[in-house]
Ligand binder design. Structure first.
Ligand code: SAH
Length: 470
């Protein structure tokens, strides 16, 4: 991962003063997730370039995650973090150049306070939503933006572009502002850092955004992406930004807030609607024993436990962290003996056969399949429908057609989604699975119905043909 900052403001080597890093030295800075190296590939009176190179250690990265970080299991080890500039670069930049970012420079304060010619290059930058997003977020800040999509494979042009761009920004900007903008906007483009976050993230965002975020026409998108669509935090941040900005009306424009209000409060939240819908289907199916596959932190299990119709309930997930959350949510450790015999949690990957998945009336896969890489989906189908083969399987997944109604949504609904399907794609998949494994299938929608686009969530109910209990 590499980022370079160049200036032609003469004497260009003054960049060393501004950054508090001497142009003749190569310096390493240990980060919680690897090592950041700062060096100057060129340092002349006319032009000076500093490079920040990040060497990510996947093991340290995994360990550095905070205690409350959701555990995305394999994603911790198998990811593009080592190759792509990403939010980690934003983090390292803030750390290594913290004094420069604060705008302090005892030796050259006047220079630090001035806008100077800058060129910033990031050769490989993950950019969800494509190059257009880079233009939308950087141009209003006075940068001239070049964002060239990088082909998936030069030899196979028809494979199309990857989600990476080569980014080049040129402009006359105060160095401290440029560093703060990169600190916020790299994770916004990457949309990958902030799976986990606490309330102090709002303070951090407002501090880094001081002087440029409140008046930014894309502050809604930036705030929501930076705060990973955590609606409550984004609302707090936007309200506080509105107080800072001169454009109070626009910042609180309800249209801009649509993505948040669509899915939260005011109406019944979509996940609560999902829980009710699937719960009712399970009752209709007459299921007494249910396994929630990919149960996550256990919200739906909690709903099942409350209902006396279910005599045996299991939850499994690949993520131990999620299972710990589920156990805490269900108060497993303080449950009565009778209750704890009724509920069981275990770790397992849905792409590997496991006899513990078998022997239930119904299995639920709620918002899980879209987290599985398409080439592994067939393995999951075999494990659930071929090997465990419960009498009924209930699958829910997003309806991608509905996404256009989320005004500020760019790309998919969650950064970990590997795909999102249209109704037609989901119908084709579920019909094929049903046919191959001897199930009948019925599909329904969950959430507010749009005449043209359908509902936000789609559900398939599979019932084994001629099936009785095992
Ligand atoms: N069903 C829950 C959680 C959905 S998030 C809900 O509706 O709220 C998707 C979950 O699937 C995550 O908890 C993730 O850890 C799990 N998951 C993803 N891939 C998996 C796999 N291959 N095997 C088991 N669980 C998986």
């Amino acid at each position: 991962m590499l980022l370079t900052v160049s200036t032609t403001h003469q004497p260009a080597t003054d960049l060393g003063y501004l950054l508090h890093k001497h142009p003749d030295r190569v310096q390493d800075f240990r980060q919680s997730f690897g090592t950041a190296t700062v060096f100057y590939p060129e340092a002349t009176q006319e032009r000076c370039t500093v490079a920040l190179m990040l060497d990510v250690d996947p093991v340290r990265l995994a360990r550095s995650r905070r205690k409350n970080a959701p555990d995305f299991s394999l994603a911790q080890y198998v990811n593009d973090r080592s190759y792509a500039a990403s939010s980690l670069l934003g983090v390292a930049l803030a750390d290594v150049f913290s004094t420069a970012r604060s705008g302090r420079c005892n030796a050259k304060q006047e220079l630090a306070d001035s806008a100077i010619e800058l060129e910033i290059v990031i050769p490989v930058l993950p950019c969800r939503g494509g190059a257009a997003i880079a233009h939308r977020v950087f141009e209003p800040l006075g940068w001239e933006v070049e964002a060239e999509p990088i082909a998936l494979d030069d030899a196979f042009a028809d494979w199309g572009d990857s989600r990476y761009v080569r980014l080049r920004l040129t402009g006359v900007v105060r160095l401290a502002d440029a560093l703060s903008q990169l600190h916020v906007l790299l994770p916004v483009l990457d949309e990958s850092k902030h799976y986990w976050q606490g309330p102090d993230e709002v303070d951090k965002l407002l501090r880094s955004g001081e002087g440029w975020l409140a008046g930014h026409p894309e502050r809604g998108l930036i705030t929501r992406r930076y705060l990973a669509r955590t609606g409550a935090l984004a609302r707090v941040a936007l309200a506080r930004l509105a107080e800072l900005g001169d454009d109070v009306e626009a910042a609180m424009d309800p249209a801009e807030d649509e993505e948040i209000t669509q899915s939260e409060e005011k109406r019944v939240p979509l996940n609560a609607q999902r829980h009710e819908a699937v719960h009712d289907v399970l009752l209709d199916l007459g299921a007494r024993s249910v396994i929630d596959l990919g149960c996550g932190p256990g919200q739906f299990l909690k709903r099942l436990v409350k209902s006396s119709s279910f005599t045996r309930i299991a939850g499994s997930d690949v993520s131990t962290r999620s299972l710990q959350h589920a156990a805490a949510r269900l108060h497993l450790d303080t449950m009565s003996e009778r209750q704890s015999e009724r509920v069981h949690l275990f770790q397992g990957a849905l792409t590997y056969e496991d006899e513990r998945y078998a022997g239930f009336d119904a299995a639920v896969l709620m918002e899980v399949i879209e987290h599985v890489d398409p080439p592994r989906l067939e393995a999951l189908e075999h494990v659930v429908f071929g090997a465990a083969k419960p009498r009924s399987v209930v699958v829910t997944t997003p309806n991608s057609e509905y996404n256009v109604l989320y005004e500020n949504l760019v790309g998919m609904r969650h950064p970990d989604h590997r795909f999102e399907w249209t109704r037609e794609e989901f119908a084709a998949w579920s019909d094929r699975v049903a046919q191959r494994h001897g199930y009948g299938v019925e599909r329904r929608g969950i959430g507010d119905l749009d005449d043209r686009l359908g509902t936000p969530t789609q559900m398939a109910i599979f019932t084994r043909s001629g099936g009785t209990d095992d």
